[in-house]
Design a protein around this ligand. Structure first.
Ligand code: MG
Length: 160
């Protein structure tokens, strides 16, 4: 196979008393994402998209939330581990497209920093990654400020 593609999805609850980590950076906001790890919904969806492209299951199988070693885990470390699996597969990342769905906070000004951080973790050119941020038009849990969700599509291409 010359190309492989995968999709990833994740959603985490927004709660008071937690810092908000998204795309590997801390974003100032009154709430943060609940999770066994740092709750970085974007990096989790990205891990799942890459694991999907490799046909290697999902993030819960690789980093079980019942395992104390992942309590408070920095999701950048999880993504690095998944990138190691990509490297071993003989494929490389062709492109990544991200949709963050957050009613608040406004994310547009943080996108360049997220891009820099994620591309740094993955060791890829910034032209490989696109980040889109949108609200949920006030609808459902995301619209009620109860959660942030994220979708990622990943494409891998064979060869170094
Ligand atoms: Mg998650």
């Amino acid at each position: 196979m010359r190309y492989r593609t995968g999709i990833g999805y994740d959603i985490h609850r927004l709660v008071e008393g937690r810092k908000l980590f998204l795309g590997g950076i801390e974003i100032p906001y009154i709430k943060g994402l609940l999770g066994h790890s740092d709750g970085d919904v974007l990096l989790h969806a990205l891990c799942d998209a890459l694991l999907g492209a490799l046909a290697l299951g999902d993030i819960g199988e690789h980093f079980p939330d019942t395992d104390p070693q992942y309590r408070g885990a920095d999701s950048a470390g999880l993504l690095k581990t998944v990138k190691g699996l990509v490297d071993k597969s003989g494929y490389r990342i062709s492109n990544l497209d991200v949709i963050i769905i957050a009613q608040e906070p406004k994310l547009i000004s943080f996108k360049p920093h997220m891009k820099e951080k994620i591309c740094g973790i993955l060791g890829v050119d910034q032209g490989v990654l696109n980040i889109k941020a949108k609200t949920n038009e006030g609808l459902d849990a995301v619209g009620r400020l109860e959660a942030i969700a994220c979708w990622v599509s990943a494409a891998l291409i064979a060869g170094e």
